[in-house]
Design a protein around this ligand. Structure first.
Ligand SMILES: Cc1cc2nc3c(=O)[nH]c(=O)nc-3n(C[C@H](O)[C@H](O)[C@H](O)COP(=O)(O)OP(=O)(O)OC[C@H]3O[C@@H](n4cnc5c(N)ncnc54)[C@H](O)[C@@H]3O)c2cc1C
Length: 261
């Protein structure tokens, strides 16, 4: 079975700074980690390979420094890793990100199941998985908490919904996003760590993908960040003057003024 895992490298801290001129996160000088939700995606991919055979390919779109996340993926059991890195891919919104990933999937040609995390801890949109499925014109299932059965081109999964669980049957190839309830990711093995040190990291640039430059990166993004800022919480306290009736009247006025009653 050809299993593809989408993995993003994200800042490993919430203490990121914002560049007010470019309205982007300052990523230099901060520790980067594998998006925690993607470790569940990788673990599930490795478990599927152990059960059904085949190979696990991890695909990551990011700057050259994302190579370290891919080496870690090898230590955790990935067979092949591909870094999609090119200036043309930079400053992408989720649609342009999915476009680049889908172009990579098309180049891979053969995939049975594409596994994504349910969301990232930086962009946090949860949009890339469904967008990728749409672009590849394959089925999509979100919040998968268990892969119950795979048989030839048939897949049965359990997914989490607000009211409980749903069992979904679909055909392969398909894209799924996984919830963290699906497994407990393993730690890297010593053999995996040794393998990851010398493993070749395949890098694909825009020249390797059948995609036009105006469909990826900033040029392919239909949304633009106008302003980015940390929300400021303003706490205000006021002691109301007068006797009890006056205080109650003032309080009601204040609540009405704030559209709270
Ligand atoms: C207008 C705009 C401008 C932006 N500019 C920048 C910028 O300058 N620099 C920047 O770093 N980010 C930028 N972003 C954020 C960028 O769009 C997101 O990081 C990216 O599209 C993924 O979205 P997300 O993080 O919400 O992923 P989600 O949709 O939450 O991710 C779901 C899953 O998709 C997969 N996935 C997501 N991203 C990747 C990836 N890159 N490679 C492989 N798999 C992936 C993972 O499996 C992940 O768990 C911008 C976003 C917008 C809207």
């Amino acid at each position: 079975m050809n299993i593809v895992v989408c993995m993003k490298q994200v800042p490993g801290t919430t203490q990121v700074k914002i560049n007010p001129e470019t309205n982007s996160l300052v990523r230099e000088g901060i520790e980067n980690i594998i998006n925690p939700f993607d470790t569940y995606a990788l673990e599930e991919g490795v478990r599927l390979r152990e059960k059904y055979g085949g190979k696990v390919t991890v695909v990551c779109m990011g700057p050259p420094q994302a190579e370290s996340a891919l080496r870690e993926a090898i230590s955790l059991g990935a067979d092949d890793v591909i870094l999609l890195s090119d200036r043309a891919f930079a400053v992408a919104d989720t649609w342009a990100t999915a476009r680049t990933l889908s172009a990579a999937m098309k180049k891979l040609a053969s995939y049975d199941i594409i596994i994504c995390g349910r969301q990232t801890i930086d962009g946090d949109t949860g949009q890339v998985g469904p967008e990728l499925a749409e672009m590849l014109e394959v089925p999509f299932v979100a919040y998968v908490s268990n892969i119950e059965e795979i048989k030839e081109s048939y897949l049965r999964v359990r997914r989490m919904v607000e009211e409980g669980h749903e069992i979904i049957e679909t055909s392969l190839p398909t894209v799924i996003t996984v919830a963290k309830e699906i497994n407990v990711p393993r730690l890297p093995s010593l053999r995996g760590i040794m393998k990851s040190k010398n493993a070749a990291i395949t890098t694909w640039t825009i020249a390797d993908l059948n995609v036009s430059p105006d469909m990826v990166g900033l040029a392919g993004s239909s949304t633009q960040v106008i302003k980015i800022f940390f929300p400021q919480r303003v706490h205000r306290a006021e002691i109301l003057e007068g006797d009890l009736d006056t205080q109650v009247d003032t309080l009601i006025d204040r609540l009405k003024g704030a559209n709270l009653c």
